[in-house]
Ligand binder design. Structure first.
Ligand code: NI
Length: 174
């Protein structure tokens, strides 16, 4: 069982900028495995290390396109090299903003460079849900949440709902 738990908004930790990783070792691979496990348990398709309180540039994703089985990725120091001009809109959620969904507009395609779990340099160009997921997770590494792409009114509404849910949870009998 994973030792990690997911930090939820508006916790200020989620606003921290994550630092690049210098080395990829077994401890890091174990962290990625734990992150993967907690992501799957939460029914998420992506998770950034900062969401479990680790301010390192590390994300995991598990995205299925159409009827294909989900593709698992572990990305260290991911960087967006290129974004398409054409936008697309996807409904997004986040394990750090439980039960909140909103449509977000982002570039339709991206090219991303990263190190894989073995430390090999890789490049990936993709569109659709995976492109959205990668942009969402890489945002987390810079302290950005998907609600930051919404209007102030929508963002405030979602944050208010989250605070209310947390208050209710705090007073609910165990
Ligand atoms: Ni998220």
């Amino acid at each position: 069982m994973s030792r990690l738990s997911i930090i939820t908004a508006p916790d200020p930790i989620l606003r921290k900028k994550s630092a690049p990783l210098e080395t990829i070792d077994d401890a890091l691979r174990a962290l990625m495995d734990d992150m993967f496990e907690i992501m799957v348990a939460g029914d998420g398709i992506g998770l950034a290390a900062i969401q479990v309180g680790v301010a390192k540039r590390l994300i995991v994703t598990r995205v299925a396109e159409g009827d294909e089985p989900p593709v698992a990725l572990r990305l260290v120091n991911p960087e967006i090299l290129w974004r398409s001009d054409e936008p697309s809109v996807h409904e997004e959620g986040c394990l750090s903003l439980p039960d909140q969904l909103a449509e977000v507009e982002r570039p339709e395609r991206v090219r991303v460079t990263y190190l894989d779990a073995a430390g090999e340099r890789r490049e990936l160009e993709t569109g659709g849900l995976l492109a959205t997921c990668l942009q969402h997770e890489i945002d987390h590494l810079d302290g950005v949440l998907f609600v930051d792409h919404l209007s102030l009114v929508k963002r405030s509404m979602i944050i208010r709902k989250l605070k209310k849910a947390q208050r209710q949870k705090a007073v609910a009998p165990a």
